[in-house]
Design a protein around this ligand. Structure first.
Ligand code: CAA
Length: 285
């Protein structure tokens, strides 16, 4: 029988982590949100508030439900506060060593029945799992940005993930109102494997002055009916995150499609990381 998840943890409250916190809290689940310091915690809290304000403004959430949602979230900088969580979802930046370090620590924090999930977009879930003493309980749970809006979750089963853990995470994703799909531990899984070659191509068109950013975006938005153009989407994802995903996929497949366009690295180095820093391909107020 599927476990009744009542308490979960989310590590990393950036764009994805804060969105994931919102998804759990909206479903009535208590969430412990962990960040490295008070400043990062505050940014996560603000991210959540902006998102629920948007939902409120669009009539997707009542004031009372929004307050109840926020009351379900506890913020901390101490991993030890995850001790009673039945599931922990890690959503820190896409650096393998950092993720492995966190998973190794979690072993000593959570109970033996807790499930450990990573929201990695492109790194090997297996490599992250083997950093723990019990890799059977490690699974990938990959949400899409914005997590409260997009109804898709990739559940990544490694060769060692237990069937029980995997089924529980799939059932939980359904309870969150998402459509879960099962996918093997391949860089980019399904959606990013298809998406990032296209995004990278758009960036190199921009870099090669093939067309303006607006025209590239309009081509896909107005010409093909996509909800947003590729450069605006890069800004939403975050150019640093997009760079890391492309770089990982390139190193695995060595295909030119995923070799990150040089301008991406320059923009990231210059702090032009997209919406999160106020400027990427576009400028945000
Ligand atoms: N909770 C619930 N619903 C919310 C919400 C919240 N917190 N915030 C907004 N919404 C709802 C709105 O009410 C609206 O719904 P209706 O259209 O029914 O009114 C809908 O979500 C869209 O919200 P907005 O009107 O505020 O925004 P928008 O219409 O400009 O759409 C967008 C913005 C959702 C981002 C849309 O442009 C979109 O889907 N773009 C594509 C995003 C995409 O491709 N994401 C995948 C990126 S890849 C990834 O994430 C993987 C990775 O590993 C990096």
């Amino acid at each position: 029988m599927a476990r009744d998840f009542t308490s979960v943890g989310v590590i990393g409250l950036g764009t994805m982590g804060a969105g994931i916190v919102e998804v759990f809290a909206r479903t009535g689940i208590d969430v412990v949100g962990v960040e490295v310091d008070e400043r990062a915690l505050e940014l996560g809290r603000q991210h959540l508030r902006t998102s629920t304000d948007r939902a409120l403004g669009r009539g997707k959430l009542s004031q009372a439900d929004a307050e109840a949602l926020h009351d379900r979230v506890r913020y901390t900088t101490d991993l030890a506060d995850l001790a009673d969580c039945q599931l922990v979802v890690e959503a820190v930046p896409e650096h393998l060593e950092l993720k492995k370090e966190i998973f190794a620590k979690l072993d000593g924090v959570v109970g033996p029945d807790a499930i450990l999930a990573t929201n990695t977009s492109s790194l090997s879930v297996t490599e992250i799992a083997v950093a723990t003493q019990d890799p059977k309980r490690v699974v990938g749970m990959h949400f899409f940005n914005p997590a409260p809006v997009l109804q898709f979750v990739e559940v990544i089963k490694t060769v060692i993930t237990s069937d029980e853990v995997f089924e529980e995470v799939k059932a939980l994703a359904e309870r969150l109102g998402k459509k879960p799909v099962v996918v093997g531990d391949k860089a980019g899984f399904i959606a990013n494997a298809l998406l990032f070659g296209y995004l990278n191509h758009a960036v190199s068109m921009f870099e090669g002055k093939y067309a303006t950013r607006e025209d590239i975006d309009d081509a896909m938005r107005l010409g093909c009916g996509y909800p947003m153009g590729p450069l605006a989407l890069m800004d939403l994802i975050g150019l640093d995150t997009a760079y890391e995903i492309l770089d990982t996929m390139y190193k695995q497949g060595r295909d030119r499609l995923h070799a990150p366009s040089p301008i991406l690295k320059h923009m990231v180095s210059a702090g032009l990381k997209g919406r999160k820093t106020g400027r990427g391909f576009y400028t945000y107020s």
